[in-house]
Design a protein around this ligand. Structure first.
Ligand SMILES: [Zn+2]
Length: 67
């Protein structure tokens, strides 16, 4: 019989922020950000020390797009 129905969880993406394999998240340009990091970014204050880190990571995405 067919094994086509054998489902594996291959819907994971490599998060560009934390570098982990996650299922839930958002795609920005062609890069994936997991929901944990997205939540983290949303609630991160501009003056927070983590903010420049996120921006730095995000920039890499957009540079890649232009390049
Ligand atoms: Zn992440």
């Amino acid at each position: 019989m067919s094994e086509a129905l054998q489902q594996q969880h291959e819907l994971t993406h490599h998060c560009i922020i934390c570098g982990r394999q996650k299922e839930e998240g958002i795609m920005i340009v062609s890069e994936f950000i997991c929901e944990d990091c997205e939540t983290e970014m949303v609630k991160t204050d501009v003056r927070d020390a983590k903010y420049p880190f996120f921006i730095h990571r995000m920039k890499r995405i957009f540079y890649k797009k232009e390049g």
